[in-house]
Design a protein around this ligand. Structure first.
Ligand code: CP3
Length: 354
């Protein structure tokens, strides 16, 4: 086993002292980087890139070569599970993800196969183990999955949606069918994340991108309940180290206390919640990850730096903060502005850790 040279991210997740606030960016490998676009060109389309082990490894490492980041994240997608379940994922340029088949009825749910991640998603596990070796202990590797609810919205809608009409129609009109789907997905996610941990992922993050479109009771019933089940089913130690879990519910700020009570090690925050208030609410139960508005990366570099300083000040002194964006970086961002963001964290955060 290779020694981990930079454990700042793992220490912050455990709320242990660090020399400065660790930083990484959601979607850090992506289209805002010209070198990513060049590699994707070589691979063909996005899914071929995910399935091409050496190239998936190459794009994972690209942002780390440019910026002093404290973590790497597996290059893949949350929609690999629905694809393996037979829904037929494809991407149409400019339109986001689409599925050839959708889930709309009890019969559709009953017909879903039971998948084994190490067989049916072997390309993801190959990417994890290859990236882990290539990192050679420089920084920890994050594995990830979508939450059952977020995956279900794409599977029922057949792609992205504005109002989530079909997903909500199923959840409100035939809750038993939606629950069977979510339960099937929760089992698949547990197996998928545990396989990633066995393949070398040192931290896992659950992306609940669409939990925040639900009302309070519905969030508990259709999203949080299943994330709690996942957290309970995960392998929590690998290579003699704790494997931390981060839960990110976009727009989940009003439910922070219940998210913190799932047994997760950290809660991801979008930019709509004040990180100082969030810290006061969850105390030392969990670490907090976030939360610069990704759109701030279009502002002048001095403005980005000022905002980073403000978020650091609002979180305050002491451990337990992982700096990140409040959601993924977007394709039109100038990489120099991403750099200004990361450098501001590196330069301004040490004073909060003395
Ligand atoms: O963070 C990383 O660098 C790791 C890779 C990663 C991707 N997707 C690569 C990707 C991660 C962690 C994801 C998660 C993901 N995928 C989420 C949850 C996080 C979030 O952003 O809310 C969701 C909802 C998806 C589904 C998905 N995949 C969408 C909506 C899209 C289209 C996005 C767009 O802007 O067109 C994708 C495609 C995708 N996944 C791309 C990347 C780099 C762009 C593909 C390309 O054209 O090269």
């Amino acid at each position: 086993m290779t020694e981990l040279k930079n454990d700042r991210f793992l220490r912050a997740l455990a709320r242990q002292p660090v020399d400065r606030t660790p930083v990484w960016m959601m979607r850090q490998a992506g289209r805002y980087l010209p070198e990513y676009r060049a590699t994707r060109e070589k691979a063909g389309d996005f899914l071929s890139l995910c399935r091409n082990t050496p190239l998936a490894c190459e794009v994972t490492l690209q942002p780390l070569e440019r910026f002093p980041l404290d973590a790497a994240i597996l290059f893949s997608d949350i929609l690999t599970i629905p694809d393996a379940l037979g829904l037929g994922l494809y991407f149409e340029t400019g339109e986001g993800p689409k599925f050839k088949n959708t889930i709309r009825s009890a019969a559709d749910v009953d017909a879903l196969p039971n998948i084994k991640a190490d067989v049916d998603l072997d390309y993801v596990m190959n990417a994890v183990s290859t990236i882990r070796s290539a990192l050679n202990g420089s920084v920890p590797l994050i594995g990830f999955s979508g939450s059952p609810w977020t995956l279900a919205t794409y599977m029922v809608e057949g792609g992205s949606s504005k109002d989530f009409r079909e997903a909500k129609k199923l959840a409100y009109g035939q809750p038993d069918v939606m629950h069977r789907l979510l339960d099937h997905l929760a089992d698949a996610v547990i197996d998928y994340l545990n396989s990633q941990i066995k393949a070398g992922a040192q931290v896992v993050q659950i992306f609940d991108t669409w939990g925040g479109i639900l009302s309070g009771w519905a969030y508990e019933a259709f999203s949080l309940q299943y994330m709690r089940k996942i957290v309970s089913g995960l392998i929590r130690e690998a290579d003699g180290r704790h494997v931390p879990v981060i839960l990110f519910t976009k727009n989940g700020g009003q439910w922070l206390e219940s998210i913190a009570d799932t047994g997760a090690d950290a809660v991801g925050l979008d930019w709509t919640t004040d990180i100082g208030d969030a810290r006061a609410r969850v105390g030392d139960r969990v670490a907090l990850q976030g939360n610069l508005d990704p759109t701030m990366l279009y502002a002048p570099k001095e403005r980005i730096r000022e905002e980073v300083g403000d978020i650091l000040r609002r979180y305050g002194s002491g451990p337990g903060h992982i700096f990140n964006l409040g959601h993924g970086i977007t394709p039109e961002v100038d990489p120099e502005h991403a750099k200004a963001f990361i450098e501001a964290v590196v330069e301004l955060s040490p004073e909060y850790h003395r």
